[in-house]
Design a binder for this molecule. Structure first.
Ligand code: SAM
Length: 162
């Protein structure tokens, strides 16, 4: 598979997974969070699917397309390890959808970061929440969910919480 094919499949998997997650939480009330604003691609997709839902975004910097910058009061700016505990104090355990898109391209470092921050994300998640993650996570409350048709195994990771 060429790198172009692989990039296309990764983006398709991301879109199918985010669509699945939004459908899974339906109209239950609760927050959504995204770790990794990046250039704002997935932020833009998620907010288009759930314009009314409170949606908080985490990144160490804002480097997104100008049309894809969250409002200041919806942005947790800084290292995830510091902003997630602050978010838990502010938001409580009312998050129903979490998207973790934290990978740097360096597999070991990305997996280590995911392992370090997953318990901090868990502290924000309501029972019945769903998680879309670019890294695998092993936590007792996180139950692996089946991937939607069209996504190859290991490309993205879906969890149902509780
Ligand atoms: N979801 C984005 C999109 O669709 O454009 C792409 C996100 S990109 C793969 C990963 C992002 O995570 C980068 O913007 C990077 O700054 C951020 N990031 C990585 N490690 C971080 C950390 N420890 N604390 C805060 N942000 C971090």
């Amino acid at each position: 598979m060429s790198r172009l094919d692989s990039a296309i499949r990764r983006l398709q998997a991301q879109k199918l997974s985010l669509d699945w997650a939004v459908a899974a939480i339906g109209d239950r009330s609760g927050n959504a969070i995204e770790l990794g604003l990046g250039n704002g691609r997935t932020f833009d997709h998620l907010r288009s699917l759930m314009p009314e839902r409170p949606f908080y975004v985490f990144d160490r910097q804002v480097a997104a397309h100008p049309d894809c910058i969250p409002a200041e009061d919806r942005l947790f700016l800084g290292d995830f390890r510091e902003t997630l505990p602050a978010a838990a104090e502010r938001l409580g355990r009312e998050t129903l959808l979490a998207h973790l898109d934290i990978g740097t391209g360096e597999k070991q470092a990305s997996m280590a970061l995911a392992a370090a921050i997953a318990p901090l994300v868990d502290a924000l998640l309501a029972d019945g929440a769903v998680v879309v993650s670019d890294q695998p996570v092993d936590l007792p409350r996180w139950k692996a969910a089946a991937l939607p048709d069209g996504i190859g195994p290991g490309r993205i990771h879906l969890y149902e919480i509780g």
